[in-house]
Each structure stands twice: as structure tokens, then as C-alpha cells.
Design a protein around this ligand. Sequence first.
Ligand SMILES: Nc1ncnc2c1ncn2[C@@H]1O[C@H](COP(=O)(O)OP(=O)(O)OP(=O)(O)O)[C@@H](O)[C@H]1O
Ligand SMILES: Cc1ncsc1CCO
Ligand SMILES: [Mg+2]
Length: 274
Amino acid sequence: MDEERTGAWWGRRAWALLSAVRERSPLVQCITNLVSMDIAANALTAAGASPAMLHCLREIPDFTPRCHAVYINVGTLSEDWLPSMRAAASAGRPWVLDPVAAAASGFRMEACLELLALRPAVVRGNASEILALATRSDSSTSFKGVDSSHDSGEALQAAKALARSSGAVIAVSGAVDFITDGEQVLSASNGVAMMQKITATGCAVTALIAAFIGADPSDALAAAACALAIFGLAGEIGMESAKGPASLRMHLIDALYGLDEQTVTSGVKIALLP
Ligand SMILES: Nc1ncnc2c1ncn2[C@@H]1O[C@H](COP(=O)(O)OP(=O)(O)OP(=O)(O)O)[C@@H](O)[C@H]1O
Ligand SMILES: Cc1ncsc1CCO
Ligand SMILES: [Mg+2]
């Protein structure tokens, strides 16, 4: 390492990655749930990326190889969409998985585990989703639905084990986001609690991770941490003008669009855990 990775180093790294997204405008194919399509596409566009919500199996051989990254989210999974997810994940592009409500059913858990075997670069979930995936459990009563019933710290050991067994970077979102490749653990401490009151903010930040990887595929751990920190920072700035979840959604997207170098380098809170 040329330079010690201080907080200031991470601020510069986050700015470099956001700048790369703005300059390269990576094409990100999103096979995502019906709830999240709008906020994910708007978050990607505001950040400078180019989203495409295509999920028809017959289009994947032509379209997916031309994408810079792929985003797959099982939130409104159906049997019809699973073949498209498999095909897009197997198209040779770097891709990111959001295992929404992984424990909701045996079918969904099987689908998530099958997709995980197709080597995503990053998996981003809330703590309950990462705990369920790591234990391959779809039966525990503590797993409700799309919202987490655990704090992110409770899933940290599970995230490390899942990263080692899958080869993916695992990101657990929450008040503090944890990002690990199974050896190193980064924390990203940006964001505001009100973000949990907007549906599909988690889905949107996973899409943003795919955009960061599309712009620079060299370091999935850094891409995931910087995307989470930048999305959280946009939430903090948005909260200064918001009156509740609906206006926060609008102000967060505006803030993401307007982020400048000074704000990012001084505002991003990423640290390497000892
Ligand atoms: N208590 C909190 N304080 C600050 N930021 C938070 C808090 N909880 C969540 N966030 C942020 O909100 C975003 C969404 O994370 P969350 O864990 O709620 O995802 P999720 O449960 O998968 O959401 P969804 O399924 O609705 O998409 C992330 O950027 C995360 O960092
Ligand atoms: C509410 C909801 N249901 C399935 S996906 C989704 C969006 C948040 O994950
Ligand atoms: Mg989610």
C-alpha cells in the first residue's frame, strides 16, 4: 500500500469513483423488483450512470454482454424471471446481488443460493438477509419480510463467513454499513435513520454499487464501501431539507446529483476495522 488508508484517503477514493461514474456513465442492466425500479433508475441516473431495466430472457444474449455491470434483485421474484436472472448473471459481466427477503420462502432461498453460486462481485443485504443467506435458513421466525429485524453488527461474523464461502464481497447495510471480503472489514457510517422509511432505498444503493463497479471493476470492496457512503451522505444532505420520507426521497436524489468534491472528500465516513 503506497499510502495509509485514512479517512481522508477514503474520501478521495469515493470522489474518484463517483467522478468515474459521471465520466464513463456505465450502462447497468437492472433485473430488479417492481417496487424499486423507479428509485433505482433515478438514483443511477442522478449519480451519472445509465440504467436499463431489461429482464426479457430473449434479449439477454444481445444486450447483457454490452453492459458495464449487471444488478439482480429478487424482491418480487417469480418463476418467470429466474431464468433471466440466471442468464444475466452468467453473461460474463461483473454483477451485484440484492437478496431481498431471502428467508421469505424455500423457493426464494434456493434461488438466492443458486445465484450466489454464479459468483456475484458483491452481495448487499440488510442484516436479516445476510444472516439468513449465511445460515441457508428460510424457517426462522425472526425473519419477517423485506425489513431487517437485526442490527448490522449482528450479521458481521455471518458476512465474513459468507464472503469466504462465496468469494463475493458482502455488504450489510444499517445504521453502520459493514463491507467485507472475508478478511478486511470496512465500516461506512453515513446515512440517516429516515432512509429506512423510504421503500427500496436498499435496492437503490445496491444498484449504485453495480454502477461503481461498472465504472471501475478493479476493487469491489472499495466500490461497495464508497457507493454506500456516498448514498448515505446524499441522505444526510437531503435530510437538511426533508419533512418526511417522501420529501427525503426527492432531496436525496437531488443531493446525489449535486455532490461536489469538497462535500464528498470531507463527508464520507469510511474506516478499516482493526
Ligand atoms: N439507522 C440508520 N441510520 C443511517 N442510515 C441507515 C440506517 N438504516 C439504514 N440506513 C441506510 O439506508 C439504506 C438502506 O439500507 P437498509 O438496511 O434499510 O436496506 P434494506 O432493508 O435492504 O431496504 P429495502 O429493502 O427497502 O431496499 C442504506 O444506505 C443504509 O446505509
Ligand atoms: C416492499 C417490497 N416488497 C418486495 S420488494 C420490496 C421493496 C423493498 O425491498
Ligand atoms: Mg433490501
